[in-house]
Design a protein around this ligand. Structure first.
Ligand code: FES
Length: 266
């Protein structure tokens, strides 16, 4: 027997809701932390100074392509670089990890709510254009571009290798092998970034998600389970790694400025 369609609820006004919980707190916290990170990372990228201290290199500036530093891969700044343009190694590389985060499935859900109020939150009235039929979602331009996330993933995996190598270099002091607090800060950052990146939804699909069945594919099944395990706490590692990468830059920066002094553990 055919059922008559249920009548649609009248659209809510923007922000209207019958929710009684503090539904806006999560978005407010997201706005504050993500906004602070973007401001700090942009400032650090344009500053172009205090990004290395002894064997430590800020993750914002890694890989350091050009410069007089021992961390530089290709030697001094090239002569062809226009002097009128500010040269900051971070400006050349931050687009990649920045793009990876910006297009992350978790962050999309978080900043759509916190920055665009679109949607505001579950069961909360949408902005006017959502009720006019003009909302096109992520299936059409411009938001369909977010699908580039699956390609940013491969670049992000490469960055993990580079940052892990920086940790190895952070054990090479002028007097030989050693471990300082900075070494541990950089190492913790790589671990957290690794847990975030290796829990990516796109990686989960790559390692086995596109198959209908994983039965009889033990290696794929094991990889899929590992990624799924990290994927279940993806949000936590998204925030933990965001804080750790900013703190690693701050630690190296303050050591380079002589405000903090790195302690050698052995
Ligand atoms: Fe978050 Fe890929 S979904 S990093």
């Amino acid at each position: 027997m055919a059922h008559a369609p249920l009548p649609l609820a009248p659209p809510r006004r923007f922000g209207e809701t019958s929710r009684r919980d503090a539904w806006w707190v999560q978005s407010a916290v997201t706005f504050a932390i993500l906004g602070a990170f973007v401001v700090y990372a942009t400032w650090a990228a344009f500053q172009g100074a205090y990004y290395e201290s002894g064997p430590y290199l800020s993750p914002f500036y890694s890989p350091l392509l050009f410069g007089d530093s021992t961390h530089a891969w290709f030697g001094p700044q090239p002569a062809w670089w226009p002097h009128a343009l500010p040269f900051s190694a971070a400006l050349l590389i931050l687009w990649a990890p920045g793009g990876f985060r910006f297009t992350c499935y978790y962050y999309r859900g978080a900043y759509y709510k916190a920055f665009w109020a679109d949607p505001v939150s579950c069961a909360v009235g949408e902005p006017g254009f959502r009720t006019t039929g003009r909302y096109r979602g992520e299936r059409y331009f411009p938001l369909i571009v977010q699908n580039v996330h699956r390609y940013f993933l491969y670049i992000a995996l490469g960055f993990l290798v580079v940052l892990a190598y920086d940790v190895v270099k952070a054990t090479r002091f002028p007097d030989g092998f050693g471990i300082g607090v900075g070494t541990l800060v950089l190492a913790a950052n790589v671990v957290l970034l690794g847990c975030y990146t290796l829990g990516c939804h796109s990686l989960r699909h790559v390692v086995g998600g596109y198959l209908d069945r994983l039965h009889g594919r033990p290696a794929r099944k094991a990889a899929y389970d590992c990624v799924s395990c990290l994927n279940r706490v993806h949000m936590r590692f998204a925030w933990a790694s965001l804080v750790s990468v900013a703190f690693a830059d701050l630690y190296v920066r303050l050591c380079a400025m002589g405000i903090w002094h790195d302690a050698r553990i052995f």
